[in-house]
Design a protein around this ligand. Structure first.
Ligand SMILES: [Zn+2]
Length: 799
């Protein structure tokens, strides 16, 4: 191969004209040994089939002997919002405190973090959430959570941004912004003052950062609340995001039940004379729905909604000056003389339902109170008039229940109370944005815990409040029954609005509708199921069990960040299952396959343990690569035509940050330059071809490329594919081990390999391009592999 600047990989450009990989750096020119490295990279790329793993960004999995587990780094959800990792695994003991993590992030990622809150689960486990700041202004939704075990950071997950460039001088003040909003929208109330934030949004090509005010508003006309983001210079609305998290979209149907329940109440004479600074003296004697142990309180708003409350300051001269106003809710205790509650069924429903949900989270997940700290939670019945919904509202922490209007029954059945209680729990852990995929996750999570609570209380069905609204408002077992999706971006999957769409209607943005992708995944793992999804992927899921899976979902909450996507949820749950049950476990296989069943990512491949050898041609003659796999470990040796080792790469070298300090990678050579930059993600090395949008698109493409010829290679059936001039023989699906390896080497930059990997149909055993050469796997052997293969370090390429 001659000298080219910048050079291109013609092997790939032959396959697909748009797939021309161009190195965006022209300081280095190709040499034969450079080509050797490149062929290695090409081969590794072709050894990976993380097709739908990469639909929404790049994922790489790293392994580390010392950490004893996988290092999973996920990039760029919602398209490519950021090239910074959404997950980092640290070696045990590497970081000892939250402070050292902040320093690590500042040094290694160049991001500024401010701690927000510490979430403590038990004596050995805690999590600290950090807000990313840009010139002292918070970046909306940019959160990292550091996970501690026995006082040491072992992992960090979340989403933060790089390459932020925004002018932080606002032309408008917060007060001016609020006033302009109220002038234009007289039905709105300001619930949360205008706050300056930097809003990131993916335009389809790049992440745009805008300096905005975030203002919490409540629309009196529609009884809906939202965060309104306005340009800090012009007050133009750039985004509206609902914050009220309701149980149901409008629906139809009605029924009732008459269960006898126990309630924790409080006699009014036991109430302290002063509560929250308010003197209590007018309560009628009797019992109220205050559970002083669980800190749960049920009140009624008697059909009223939010009202304006005027505040006055008494002056020394006896006059009173107007001071300010607030919005508040007039509510009152529900009193029963004899503690036999027969006259307020809605309040009984809510009080009992909250007790059940509280006990469930306490007994099943070890969480005391919705916030893990036995915090006060209020349930409000008879909110407004004719409201056929219920919602969790973070501005006035509590859950509000409508009277049901035409349903003829309050929106207070256990399903709804449990669903809303879960919203309160989730909000106190991750607080997913009620928008796009994160909003759908929020609803799916609420339905998952709702279902577990129902089953534990003898309500054994997979529908949401069927006795109230009919069986198919949301049916987790059969989402299609209610025209909801069971496959990500499949049939009935609702279009999310774009980030910058002006959504003044504050309507339901498909959060409930699309949530069934997640809740159906949970159903499949609870009960099992076989079928074909909308991507025409066949699946056959053996149940892992509802009880075990709900524990995984609970733990995954701590791994998510406010903008998490379905893919993030897949990553969180699979990493938890892998940590608990192992990389080659039946549990991980089922959980992974269930994600594939709902259209999120690839199916599981059997664990491969053994080695294979690849041979390819260089200008100097043949060269070989040997790969060794053993559960979480792998190693690669590359030798040139003279038998000299060129690259030895093992799982003991963490390419993300441990290699960073290796002075022995000589960046003056092409190989060293590439390796160093690949590992450190300093630059995007390759231009990316357009990716497949769905797994179905990929499968159609693959099937068109198949010639129908097959042959046996060791224990594997391999298939011939023709793509323009190239011929590729490859297996049906790639073992996760191969994918891990290729994902590691192949994770070049912000978007570099995502499209390239979608060209691969399995593990290739032969790859030929006329006039360019070929790569041929000499053998695939499953056998025990010595640990000595994995102990080496990265070798500087010799010339
Ligand atoms: Zn909800």
């Amino acid at each position: 191969m001659g000298y080219r600047t910048p050079f291109q990989i013609h092997l790939l450009s032959v396959i697909s004209p748009e797939l021309s990989f161009t190195i965006r750096h022209d300081n280095y020119r190709m040499t034969n040994s450079g080509r050797l490295t490149f062929l290695t990279v090409i081969f590794l790329l072709f050894g990976c089939s993380l097709i739908s793993e990469t639909q929404r960004g790049i994922r790489a999995i790293y392994f580390d002997n010392n950490a004893g587990g996988p290092q999973i780094h996920t990039y760029a959800t919602h398209g490519n919002l950021s090239s910074l990792p959404t997950s980092v695994l640290f070696k045990t003991g590497e970081l000892s405190s939250a402070g050292s993590f902040q320093e690590w992030a500042a040094t290694n990622l160049d991001v500024s973090l401010a701690p927000i809150v510490r979430l403590t689960e038990n004596q050995s486990e805690s999590h600290v959430k950090y807000q990313q700041m840009y010139e002292d202004i918070p970046i909306e939704g940019a959160v990292y959570t550091a996970h501690f075990e026995d006082g040491l950071v072992w992992s960090v997950t979340g989403q933060v941004y790089d390459d932020i460039d925004v002018d932080t001088q606002a032309d408008l003040s917060a007060g001016e912004t609020s006033n302009l909003l109220l002038e234009e929208n007289p039905d709105w109330l300001i619930m949360d003052r205008s706050t300056l934030v930097v809003l990131p949004a993916y335009s389809g090509e790049e992440t745009l950062f805008t300096l905005v005010y975030r203002t919490g508003v409540f629309d009196k006309g529609t009884n809906v609340a939202g965060n309104v983001f306005t340009d800090a210079d012009t007050a133009e609305i750039v985004r509206v995001e609902p914050v009220m998290v309701s149980a149901l979209p409008d629906g139809t149907g009605t029924t009732s039940d008459g269960r006898s329940v126990q309630l924790n109440t409080q006699h009014t004479t036991e109430i302290p004379p002063i509560e929250d600074g308010i003197i209590i003296q007018d309560l009628r004697e009797g019992f109220r729905l205050m559970d002083t142990t669980r800190n749960l309180h049920t009140v009624s708003s008697g059909g009223s909604s939010m009202g304006m409350e005027y505040l006055f300051n008494p002056q020394d001269d006896g006059t009173i000056n107007w001071a300010d106003w607030n919005y508040s809710l007039a509510s009152h205790d529900v009193i029963e003389d004899d503690n036999i509650w027969e006259r307020s069924p809605a309040a009984v429903d809510v009080h009992w339902g909250m007790q059940v949900a509280y006990d469930y989270f306490q007994n099943t997940h070890g969480r005391t109170g919705f916030d893990g700290n036995n915090g006060y939670l209020r349930g409000v019945v008879d909110y407004d008039q004719g409201l056929r919904n219920a919602f969790w509202f973070k501005y006035m922490p509590g859950v509000f229940y409508g009277d049901g209007g035409s349903y003829g029954r309050s929106m207070t059945v256990l399903d709804i109370v449990a669903h809303e209680y879960t919203h309160a729990v989730e909000s106190s852990i991750v607080d997913l944005n009620y928008y796009e995929e994160s909003g759908a996750l929020k609803e799916g999570i609420a339905d998952i815990f709702m279902t577990d609570i129902k089953f534990q209380n003898g309500r054994n069905n997979w529908s949401v409040a069927p006795e109230l609204v009919g069986p198919n408002v949301r049916n987790l077992q059969d989402p299609h029954a209610s025209e909801a999706p069971d496959t990500f971006e499949g049939r009935f999957f609702g279009e999310f609005s774009t980030a910058y769409e002006r959504e003044l209607g504050l309507r339901d943005l498909q959060q409930h509708h699309n949530s069934t992708v997640l809740s159906h995944w949970f159903y499949l793992l609870s009960e099992g199921g076989e079928g074909e999804n909308d991507n025409e992927d066949h699946y056959d899921i053996e149940p892992v069990g509802r009880e075990r899976m709900v524990g995984v979902v609970y733990k995954s909450l701590f791994m998510l960040h406010p903008n998490s996507t379905f893919k993030d949820m897949r990553d969180a749950t699979t990493s938890i299952v892998q940590r608990e049950y192992g990389k080659c476990s039946e549990e991980l296989k089922q959980v992974t396959n269930a994600w594939n069943a709902v259209g999120v990512g690839d199916p599981y491949c059997d664990c491969f343990e053994g080695s294979f050898t690849g041979r390819f041609e260089t200008d100097d003659g043949p060269a070989e690569m040997k790969y060794f796999f053993k559960k979480d470990k792998y190693a690669v040796e590359v030798t040139d035509s003279k038998g000299n080792p060129q690259v030895l790469y093992t799982s003991s070298t963490d390419p993300y940050h441990h290699v960073r300090g290796y002075p022995d990678i000589d960046a003056s050579t092409p190989q060293g330059f590439m390796m160093k930059n690949m590992f450190q993600r300093k630059i995007p090395l390759f231009a990316s071809p357009p990716p497949f949008n769905t797994r179905k698109e990929y499968l159609e493409y693959r099937n068109e490329a198949r010639t129908g010829r097959t042959r046996e290679e060791g224990e594997y059936t391999v298939y011939e594919h023709r793509m323009q001039e190239a011929t590729v023989w490859s297996t049906e699906e790639v073992c996760l081990s191969f994918a891990d390896l290729a994902g590691t080497i192949g994770a070049f930059g912000p978007s570099g390999s995502s499209g390239a990997r979608q060209m691969f149909f399995g593990f290739p055993t032969e790859f030929t391009v006329p006039g360019e050469g070929s790569i041929r796997v000499l053998d695939i052997q499953e056998h025990p592999v010595s640990d000595s293969y994995f102990g080496g370090a990265f070798l500087s390429p010799s010339n």
